[in-house]
Design a protein around this ligand. Structure first.
Ligand SMILES: CC(C)(COP(=O)(O)OP(=O)(O)OC[C@H]1O[C@@H](n2cnc3c(N)ncnc32)[C@H](O)[C@@H]1OP(=O)(O)O)[C@@H](O)C(=O)NCCC(=O)NCCS
Length: 242
């Protein structure tokens, strides 16, 4: 087993984006929800999505909006993994950007009525995510609006199981401890195995029967895609470290 000290965390740079997008696409290749979304006429392309999102995440003001770091292997300089953190509620909302209340039931009804199964899957997952954000993760006027969240985290398959995910997660929890704020994540199945090991608690889940949406057969001659569970998980700050 390689010790985590063989990796160093540093701020991500724009020149890291191609490597970050590529390793994230590799990391999600076996994620069954991503595999189902990547089918069809307008398939979800994880690499292209990351290439378009990462420059914006890297450019955020770290003190108020969020930050992105990479874990670099010390000997080779290779980018082994990365995480983007978002900050919510660190700057007051301006009158020009008021909170618009969302009718979550209506959003879900609209998603349910979508005839294309893959669009329906996307819209239902988004509606569920939105409901959780607005009612549980950071509801308005709850005192939880000031928080940190995981925008995305990935470790290259060749570097998984060596403590890189733990190192990346600790980069955010150290900040949460300093600021006295919670961190939440809308986690994949792999994330559901990582974060509870690091003391995050699961506060909710979203169970998807992938066979309701998949428009192609599962891999490796398997009979079914099976169920996929998104997990909403929360880290509570350790105030003694503030
Ligand atoms: C989730 C992910 C970031 C974990 O990274 P990692 O570098 O392999 O994690 P670590 O080696 O630091 O693991 C830390 C702990 O979590 C456990 N863990 C992490 N991933 C696990 C998995 N898939 N299955 C079982 N345990 C796992 C490890 O066993 C370890 O526990 P231990 O210290 O008691 O042995 C990585 O699997 C990944 O990138 N997956 C694909 C992308 C993804 O799903 N990202 C999450 C989006 S929300």
């Amino acid at each position: 087993m390689t010790s985590p000290s063989q990796y160093t965390i540093r701020p991500a740079e724009l020149s890291d984006v191609p490597a970050m997008a590529a390793l994230s696409a590799d990391g999600f290749k076996t994620d069954r929800n991503t595999m189902v979304k990547a089918m069809g006429a307008d398939p979800y392309d994880h690499k292209a999505t990351m290439e378009s999102l990462l420059p914006g995440w890297i450019a955020l003001d770290p003190a108020t909006r969020g930050w992105t770091v990479v874990a670099v292997e010390n000997t080779t300089g290779e980018v082994a993994g990365w995480v983007s953190w978002g900050r919510a509620g660190y700057v007051p909302r301006t009158a020009s950007a008021p909170t618009i209340p969302v009718d979550h039931d209506e959003l879900e009804r609209q998603a349910q009525a979508e005839p294309d199964p893959l669009v329906r899957l996307n819209k239902l997952s988004s509606a569920n995510f939105r409901r959780w954000m607005d009612t549980k993760l950071m509801p308005p006027a709850s005192g939880k609006e000031r928080c940190i969240y995981v925008s995305s985290i990935s470790v290259a398959p060749a570097h998984q199981g060596r403590g890189v995910g733990r190192l990346l997660a600790q980069n955010g929890t150290a900040e949460a401890d300093k600021d006295g704020v919670d961190i939440w994540v809308h986690g994949s199945e792999a994330a559901g195995r990582l974060f509870p090991k690091l003391g995050w608690r699961q506060i909710g889940e979203y169970d998807i029967d992938l066979d309701e949406y998949a428009i192609g057969p599962p891999p490796n001659g398997e009979a079914k895609w099976g169920h996929y569970m998104f997990r909403y998980m929360m880290y509570t700050p350790n105030l003694s470290k503030a």
